[in-house]
Design a protein around this ligand. Structure first.
Ligand code: HEC
Ligand code: HEC
Ligand code: HEC
Ligand code: HEC
Ligand code: HEC
Ligand code: HEC
Ligand code: HEC
Ligand code: HEC
Ligand code: HEC
Ligand code: HEC
Ligand code: HEC
Ligand code: HEC
Length: 299
C-alpha cells in the first residue's frame, strides 16, 4: 500500500531525472562550443606513433594554416571571415616569420610586401598600400582614414567632377559626410532631408535629383506629379480641376525640364488656325488665356 501511495512521486522523479538527462547534453555544447578546434581536418597523427629512436630523424612537415591559427586565432578568423581573395596559405605571404628581433629592428624587412604580388593597381600616386588597406588580413575592410577621404577624387573622377562642375549645396558637403562609416556606403536622402510631400518614397528623389548635381533636375516621363503640387499647389489645383483636355496632359509633358515654358507649337504645329489670325494675334494665350485651364465649350 505504501509503495503504491508513493508511486506517482517516484514516477515523476524518474521522469524528471530522465528529462534532465535528455535535455542537458543537447543544450550544453551550444553554450560552451570550443573555438573551432574540432573543425580542423585532423592532421596526420602518425609521426607520434612511430617515433624513431633519434628524434631528429623525424620528417618535418610545414605548419598548416590551421596550425598557425591555433596560436594566431584572431588572424585566422579575420581571414576566414573577411579575407576575401586573400584566403590562401599564410606562408604564401609570410615567407619569414618568428624572426622579429627588436635589437635588429627588422620588422619591416620580414613582413610581406604587397609589391611581391601586386603592381600599383590605383596608379603611381597610391603607393602606401597599408595606409588604406590597414589590415592585409581583411583587405577590403576599409575604414575612412584621412588618407582615404583625401583621395576620393583620385579614383572617382566622375562624381568629383560633377560636384564641381554643377555647383549646388552638395558641393559644400564632404564626400565622406554622405559616404560615411565605411568605404562604399551609400546614404539615404532621408538621413538629411524630408520628401516634398508626406510619405514620399525615397526612391523617387533621384529620378529628379542626380545626387552629385542635385540642381540639374531632370523630369522623367513617369514622374510623380504630387511633387509638383507640393510646391505649386495653386497651378496644380487649377489644372486638376480643368474641364479641358489639357487636364489629361501631364505637367512634365509640357514642362520637360524644371522651369521650362513650352511652346504651344511643340504639340499643335505652327498654325492650328488660319495664318492671318496668327499674324494678328501671335500669342495663343490672348484667346486661350490659361494653358492649365483653357476655356472650352462644355455644351
Ligand atoms: C596577403 C598576405 C598575408 C596573408 C595571407 C597573411 N598575412 Fe599576416 N601579415 C601580412 C602583412 C603584410 C603583415 C604586416 C602588417 C603590418 O606591418 O601592419 C602581416 C602581419 C601579421 C602578423 C603580425 C601582426 C602584428 O601587428 O603583430 C601576424 C601575427 C600575422 N600576420 C599572422 C598571419 C597568419 C596566422 C596568417 C594566416 C592565418 C596570415 N598572417 C596571413 C600579410 C599576410
Ligand atoms: C605555437 C604557437 C604559434 C604557432 C603555431 C605559430 N605562431 Fe606565430 N607567433 C607566435 C608567438 C607567441 C608570436 C610572438 C607574439 C605575437 O606577436 O603574438 C608569434 C609571432 C608571429 C608573427 C609576428 C612576429 C614575427 O617574428 O614574425 C608572425 C608574422 C607569425 N607569428 C606568423 C605565424 C605563421 C604564419 C604561423 C604558421 C605558419 C605561425 N605564426 C604559427 C606563436 C605561434
Ligand atoms: C602572396 C601574394 C600576395 C601578397 C603578398 C599580397 N596580396 Fe593582395 N592579393 C593576392 C591575390 C592572389 C589576390 C586575388 C587577386 C585576384 O583574384 O585577381 C589579392 C587580392 C587583393 C585585394 C582584393 C581582395 C578582394 O577580396 O577582392 C586587395 C585589396 C589586396 N590584395 C591588397 C593587398 C595589400 C594591401 C597587400 C600588402 C599588404 C597585399 N594585397 C599583399 C596576393 C597577394
Ligand atoms: C588611398 C587609399 C588606397 C591606397 C593607398 C591603396 N588602396 Fe587599394 N583600394 C582602395 C579602395 C578604396 C579600394 C576599393 C575597395 C572596394 O572595392 O571596396 C581598393 C581596392 C584594391 C584592390 C582590389 C581592386 C579590384 O579591382 O579588385 C587591390 C588589389 C588593391 N586595392 C591593392 C592595393 C595595393 C597593392 C596598394 C599599394 C600599392 C593599394 N591598394 C593602395 C584604397 C587604396
Ligand atoms: C584608391 C582608389 C579609391 C579611393 C581612394 C576611393 N575609392 Fe571608392 N571605390 C574604389 C573601387 C576600386 C571601388 C569598387 C568599384 C566598383 O565596384 O565598381 C570603389 C567603390 C566605391 C563606392 C561604391 C560604388 C557602388 O556602386 O556601390 C562608393 C560609394 C565609393 N567608392 C566612394 C568613395 C568615396 C566617397 C571615397 C573617398 C572617401 C572613395 N570611394 C575613395 C576605389 C577607390
Ligand atoms: C549629398 C550626399 C553625397 C555626396 C556629398 C556625395 N555623394 Fe556619392 N553618392 C551619393 C548617393 C546617394 C549615391 C548613390 C547613387 C545611386 O544610387 O545612383 C552616390 C554614389 C556614389 C558613387 C557610386 C556611383 C557612381 O556614381 O559612380 C561613387 C563612386 C560616389 N558616390 C563618390 C562620391 C565622391 C567621390 C564624392 C565627393 C566628390 C561624393 N560621392 C559625394 C551621395 C553623395
Ligand atoms: C549627409 C547629408 C545629406 C544627404 C545624405 C543628402 N543631402 Fe541633400 N543636402 C545636404 C545639405 C547639408 C544641403 C544644403 C542645406 C539644405 O538645403 O538643406 C543639401 C541640399 C540639397 C538640395 C538643394 C541643393 C541646392 O543647392 O539648393 C537638394 C536638391 C538635395 N540636397 C537633394 C538630395 C537628394 C535627392 C539626396 C539623396 C539622393 C540628398 N540630398 C542626400 C545634405 C545631404
Ligand atoms: C518631380 C521631381 C522631384 C522629385 C521626385 C523630388 N524633387 Fe526635390 N526638388 C524638385 C524641384 C523642382 C525643386 C526646386 C528646385 C529649385 O528651387 O529650383 C526641388 C528642391 C529640393 C530641395 C531643396 C529645396 C528644399 O525644399 O529644401 C531638396 C532638399 C530636395 N528637393 C530634396 C528632395 C528629396 C529628398 C526628394 C525625395 C524624397 C525629392 N527632392 C524628390 C523636384 C523634385
Ligand atoms: C521643391 C519645390 C518645387 C517642386 C517639387 C517643383 N517646383 Fe517648380 N518651381 C519651384 C521654384 C522655387 C520655382 C521658381 C519660382 C520663381 O522663380 O518664381 C519653380 C519654377 C517652376 C516653373 C517656372 C515658373 C516661371 O515663372 O518661369 C515651372 C514651369 C515649374 N516650376 C514647374 C514645375 C513642375 C512641372 C514640377 C513637377 C514636375 C515642379 N515645378 C516641381 C519649386 C518647385
Ligand atoms: C505637350 C503637348 C502640348 C502642348 C505643349 C500644348 N498642348 Fe494643347 N493640347 C494637347 C493635347 C494632347 C490636347 C488634346 C488633343 C485632343 O485630344 O484632340 C490639347 C488640346 C488643346 C486645346 C483644346 C482643349 C479642349 O479641351 O478641347 C486647346 C485650346 C489647346 N490645346 C491649346 C493649347 C495652347 C494655347 C498651348 C500653348 C499655351 C498648348 N495647347 C500647348 C497637347 C499640348
Ligand atoms: C499643356 C501644357 C502645360 C501643362 C500640361 C502644364 N503646364 Fe504649366 N505652363 C504651361 C505654359 C505654356 C506656361 C506659361 C504660361 C504663361 O506664359 O503665362 C506654364 C506656366 C507654369 C508655371 C508658372 C506660371 C504660373 O502660372 O505660376 C508653373 C508653376 C507651372 N506652369 C506648373 C505646372 C504644373 C505644376 C503643371 C501640372 C499640374 C503644369 N504646369 C501643367 C504649360 C503647361
Ligand atoms: C483670336 C483668338 C485665338 C487665337 C490667337 C488662338 N486661338 Fe486657338 N482657338 C480659338 C477659338 C475661339 C477656338 C475654339 C474653336 C472651336 O471650338 O470651334 C480655338 C481652338 C483651338 C484648339 C482646339 C481645336 C479643336 O479642334 O478642338 C486648339 C488646339 C487651338 N485653338 C490652338 C491654338 C494655338 C496653338 C494657338 C497659337 C498658335 C491658338 N490656338 C491661337 C481662338 C484662338
Amino acid at each position: 500500500m505504501k509503495v503504491l501511495k508513493y508511486m506517482p512521486l517516484v514516477l515523476s522523479l524518474v521522469l524528471l531525472a530522465l528529462l534532465t538527462a535528455c535535455v542537458q547534453p543537447v543544450a550544453e555544447p551550444k553554450i560552451v562550443a570550443p573555438p573551432k578546434v574540432e573543425a580542423a581536418p585532423a592532421p596526420e597523427p602518425a609521426p607520434v606513433v612511430k617515433a624513431p629512436a633519434n628524434p631528429y630523424e623525424a620528417k618535418l612537415v610545414p605548419l598548416t594554416v590551421s596550425q598557425c591559427g591555433q596560436c594566431h586565432t584572431s588572424y585566422f578568423n579575420a581571414i576566414k571571415e573577411k579575407g576575401g581573395r586573400h584566403q590562401f596559405d599564410c606562408q604564401d605571404c609570410h615567407q619569414q616569420f618568428h624572426a622579429y628581433n627588436p635589437n635588429r629592428n627588422n620588422w619591416a624587412q620580414i613582413m610581406p610586401q604587397c609589391s611581391s604580388c601586386h603592381t600599383l593597381p590605383h596608379g603611381p600616386k597610391q603607393t602606401e598600400c597599408l595606409a588604406c588597406h590597414s589590415n592585409p588580413h581583411t583587405p577590403l575592410n576599409l575604414v575612412l582614414s584621412d588618407r582615404l577621404t583625401k583621395n576620393c577624387a583620385d579614383c572617382h573622377a566622375s562624381p568629383a567632377a560633377q560636384v564641381k562642375e554643377f555647383p549646388s549645396k552638395h558641393t559644400l558637403v564632404e564626400c565622406s559626410s554622405c559616404h560615411h562609416t565605411n568605404h562604399g556606403y551609400i546614404p539615404s536622402c532621408f538621413e538629411c532631408h524630408q520628401g516634398h510631400y508626406k510619405d514620399e518614397p525615397v526612391d523617387t528623389c533621384q529620378t529628379c535629383h542626380p545626387v552629385h548635381k542635385p540642381l540639374q533636375i531632370v523630369f522623367k516621363g513617369d514622374v510623380e506629379l504630387k511633387n509638383c503640387s507640393g510646391c505649386h499647389s495653386a497651378v496644380f489645383a487649377v489644372w486638376a480641376g480643368s474641364m479641358s483636355k489639357h487636364a489629361k496632359v501631364s505637367c512634365v509633358s509640357c514642362h520637360t525640364q524644371h522651369g521650362l515654358i513650352p511652346s504651344c507649337s511643340n504639340c499643335h504645329g505652327d498654325a492650328p488656325h488660319n495664318a492671318s489670325l496668327h499674324a494678328k494675334f501671335p500669342n495663343c494665350l490672348t484667346c486661350h488665356l490659361d494653358p492649365h485651364d483653357p476655356p472650352v465649350k462644355t455644351r
